[in-house]
Each structure stands twice: as C-alpha cells, then as structure tokens.
Design a protein around this ligand. Sequence first.
Ligand code: KG4
Ligand code: ZN
Length: 355
Amino acid sequence: TSPYTVLGIETSCDDTGVAIVRSDGVILGEALASQVDVHEGYGGVVPGLARQAHEANIQPTIEAALSRAEMSAEDVDGVAVTVGPGLEICLRVGCEVAKEIAVKHGKPFVAVHHLEAHILMSRLGTGGVDFPFLALLVSGGHCQILRCEAVGEYEVIGGTLDDSLGEAYDKVARMLGLPVGGGGGPAVEKLALKGDHTKIKLPIPMQHRKDCDFSFAGLKNAFRMAVSKLKDFREIPQSEELELQDKADLAASFQHAAVKHLEQRISRAIVGTTTSTSPTATPINQLVVVGGCASNQAIRSSLSSVCSSHGWKMYAPEARLCTDNGVMAAWAGVLKFNDRTSDKPEGQEVYARYP
Ligand code: KG4
Ligand code: ZN
C-alpha cells in the first residue's frame, strides 16, 4: 500500500502543536506555538490564558505546518486530534478545528489519547521499537510504568502515589527561582550539570517498598527543607536567593535522588516482567522512555545502563519529540488508521480524564 498522510493537532495543555506525518513515519511538516511567555510569573499554566493562546495560535500553526509540508488541508488523507486527558477548555480548541477540517473536506477522523500518543512516539521512524515493550511515561501530568502489548493494549503496572516527576521538577525549579515557563525541567537539568550531588543528601523515595509505584512528595519536602537549612547556614534571609553554586548543588542532589528512584522502580519492573512472562508469549526485553521528562539526558543515560545490566534495550524518542507536540497526535492517528480504527467527527467530545 502506498503511504498516506495524517494531519495531527495537539492542544491538551500549553502547547499548540500541529504536524503532517506520513504513514511510513516521515514528518512532512510541523509547527509548535509554545506559551512560555504567557504563563511566566504565574507559577503554572493558567487554563483561561492557555485557551486564549490556543485560539489565537491554532490557525497560524496549522497553516505553518501545512506550508512546511507544501500541502493544503484538502490534500491530507486523515485528521487526528488529542481529545484527552488534559485541560478541557484547551482540548476543545484543537478538537473543534480538527472536526471542522475533517467534515469540510470529507476526511477520515480519529480521536487520540494523549498518553497513548506519547507512548507510540517510540514507534516513529526507523529507530522505533516493535511491541511488546515496557514504557516509562514521565511527563508533567503522569508518571507510570506500562506493559504495552499492541496499539490500545496497555496494562499499568506502576503509578505515582502523589506528584508526577515533571511536577517535582517544576516545583524544584520554582523553589530555586529558575524560569518555569514551558516546564522547569530543562532549567533544573542544566543547572544540575554544574552541581555536586554529594554536598547535600536527599532521601531516595520508597527504597524499601517492593512495588513499581512512585512518590515524589517526600523528596519535594526534603528539598524544601534543604533549601531553608542552607539559607540559615549561609545567613541568607528566607526571602532572598541562594548563590548559584548552592543552587546547582541542590539541583544536582534533587536530580540524583529522583533518577535513583526511577532506576530502582524500573529495575524492579524489569525483574518482575522477566519472571512473569509466560514462556509461550513473546518475552519483553525493551524499555521505552517517553513524555516530557524523557528529554532529560541524565534520565536517559542512567536508565539505559539499568537496561543493559539486565540485558534489555532502552529506547527514547528524539528529545524534542518527548515534550508535547503535533507529531505525536499525527503519528498516533497513523497507527490507529492502520488498525482500521476511526471515529465520527460529529459529536466528538473532549475529556479532562480519559481512561
Ligand atoms: O509531556 P509534557 O510536555 O506535557 C505533559 O503531558 O505533561 O511534559 C511536560 C513536563 C514538565 O513538567 C517539564 O518540566 C518536564 O516535562 N520536562 C523535563 C525536561 N523537559 C521537560 N523534566 C526534566 N528534565 C527535562 N529536560
Ligand atoms: Zn504530554
């Protein structure tokens, strides 16, 4: 069969992402309008402002992606859009436009699950992996380990008891006075490179709990206390900022503890998967790491060594495609159309929570 093209739209949070992806995995055109400046100073994404920005950006972003692909809307073979989970008023902006395009040009339409789209990015392009695999999904909204057997066949084997990893990075960034627009993760990662994690000891969460769940609330509180103690020690008022080197050491300590936590949970999941897979089923021996935090190099390299030590392979999408973007919606659409799945655009809803 000759390749076909899908226009994908993603507006679940604070990025307006649009892409045209060919069914063989080639990205023909993509555009991303981020809202870094919109939410700066608010300490998080403000839903009303995010919706306004999506409304202002959606048409120009679609036009930019189409023009990079040298196509117009009537040339695409299908339309895919993220319908949840996410901020409902934001999801609706993308969903309404996608429905309109599909109806107007009589194109097949498919609704995409945001988390599934992150996971399926591991199958894009030539370096992609085949089912079955374990997935570590680490983003701003989620923190899960899933066993993935096929498109639409996922079993959650671990989740978070409190915060997601992305939230923990974002809160640490805020406590250190780093820029958090577009997520605090990149700023903490960068600063941690200049720090020494042995200077400040932070607890590794749930070391003795024998499951694959995560927790970041305790680490976050320990971090807050460490900041406060260091300020007292340096005789800096609590309302003022620490010196850069102290901040770098703190960032390194946080990242060290968080990464150790991931390593331990993944190690446990690998051992559990290896021993529980029935001898007749295809054995799982690969881990994919996806979601915004998967763009973090420290996380990628440490999990890659954990995998090798168990004889497993690790795969993570290109870093820029780990955070929210239009390609993930389009590519999930391709895999769903391949599976002969499609939806009726008329009456398609969006879902804040989407099982
Ligand atoms: O997948 P994503 O773009 O949106 C959600 O679906 O949530 O993930 C955003 C999250 C933010 O919390 C951001 O701080 C985090 O991913 N993140 C990172 C890095 N880049 C983004 N965390 C750690 N290190 C990074 N380099
Ligand atoms: Zn996401």
